[in-house]
Design a protein. Sequence first.
Length: 665
Amino acid sequence: MGHQQQAMRNVGIFAHVDAGKTTTTEQMLYLSGQLRALGSVDSGTSQTDWLDVERERGISVRSAVTGLMWKGTHINLVDTPGHIDFLSEVERSLRVMDGAVLIVSAVEGVQAQTEVIWHALRELSVPTLIYINKMDRVGADAPGVLKQIGKLLSHGAVPVQAPDGAEGGFAGSRDLLAEDAGEPDSWSAYYQDLMVETIAERDEALTLAYLEGSELPASWLLPILEEGVRHSELFPVLFGASNRGVGVTELLDAVVRLLPPPEGSEDAPVSGVVFKIEKDQAMGKIAYVRLYDGVIRNRDTLVNHTRGLQDKVTQIRRVHGQKTEDTGLLAAGGIAAVYGLNRARIGDILGLPGRVPGEQRLAVPLLTVQVQWRNEAEYPAVVAAFAELADEDPLLDLQWLQDERELHLKVMGPIQMEVLSHLMRSRFGLGVTFGAPSVIYKETPASAGEGYIAYLMPKPCWAILRFLIEPAERGSGLAYSSRVRGEQLTESYQNEVARRVPEALSQGLLGWEVTDLRVTLLEGEHHVWHTHPLDFVIATPMGIMNGLAHVGTKLLEPMLRFRLSIPEEYGGKLLGELVVMRGEFDAPVVRQERMEIEGLLPVATTLDFPARLGSLTRGRGTLSTFFHGYRECPPDVHVERVRRGVNPLDQSKYILAVRNALTQN
């Protein structure tokens, strides 16, 4: 392992909207000498938010990577969007970091988005520091927020500082791990005890010493804390007021001291992942790459493992503040912008997949919207522009119905639609609007049964397939397998069938994607003379649809887990609303004249609920929602989707349509 890797940290900065993420990042850059002057999010001059839409709205939409040096360590800060509608950006950044800083507001505490991000960080076991910001604001309540973090996030949250004062009197924090910390006063003793107790619990000898009332010096606690952080079981908590620059120096020290360096070897073969893509007017596509193993240099030819192609690196740029420089080299553990990978897409693996961690799926777009353009002349340009955006964010899942001249996208929510229309205007000069969003349903087999196709006419052709289709548990997706031996159906035909089954299931009997099922190929037969290589491409959807028609399908709808907090006097009215929306919820809990309700709601009935909640509670209600999963619709709900292309159930028409399309290509 080279020396330069040891002295590096790849750290993601996460927060709920408005907890002070961009301000904290700015202060880090400023304190490390990367910025000469501090910007401000509120006045729209911050450094990492370079998109116009971010300057106007004051929110970060795209994750930007910024480098800084701190005490001889190079820190790559991966700034991530805090808004729930941009979760797809958040999850792509999550893959590439070795540590995280989660910022929580001392006033608002743990918010909906904070929990979503926390769960994702835990799923991937990313070592995390918690920074309680805005300690100088009116209403700052450090002990209260600590308790809330313990309850909603983790019992492993451990204060390593004691804040000195709060609100206007906040004067910074005492380091509880310093050897010369001196005797704690009564106020910091609370934090000291909490720290010692939480750390000591992890070690038998320390627990005994603690119970006997012995003093536990910082030198005993530190190794246990460091190990706990590395294993993602302890989470150090620090305090600050970033807008005044208080606490940020200590936060940077903690990043270097407590978060782990990247692992990886420069001598191993290249292994990396593309986690973000941008377009540069002059240079073409920019791929942000995290390298796990090996070294990439200018003019290297890189294998794109995911797409099975090769591209030549033309430039490797590292970002420092707002400046970028061509370093000509990216080594294991590092992150850089790589130019020349013009066919790369987000999530592509470069070189060997060996060291690249799995992906965390947080963002599930639950709504689909139709795009509308200003005039017919702009229609081709709008299609091209959205194709480019879908290249940068694959979750948009563009559906272009050429015959109907329609364009549909999948989205997470209204803010994303607003940002998309802004992007279209600022980047492409196009004005677009969106139709009303509709919910994305799915289908699942109602029972088990078989699908059969003997595709023998019109000649020349020969393909026989028999599938077993069985329902599977919720959330399991599609499991495909084959029981057919190679001598009955050659490997290349079997691969063709396996590739076409998910495609065939993208539109079921009602036009929705079919999920949560097992499909097994029971029988398959080709003909030595009559089989044409494309016969199984045509036969597979017919066999699958034949099976679905036999077993029937049930409609599934997306559900949200929700937490609602409202003033008690509106309780009756809102419980009534929840019942009308087909909500299911536990008994409400009343705390300090506010009622808290948790439960499940269908997405379909809640599209306008956030807006209505404001008027129902005079703006005093708060709602947080998380995607819960799909489940069966009540019998009276029936929603069909317009089908794209010819239905494989109409076999003769389908065969002619596909044959024509295939011969024209």
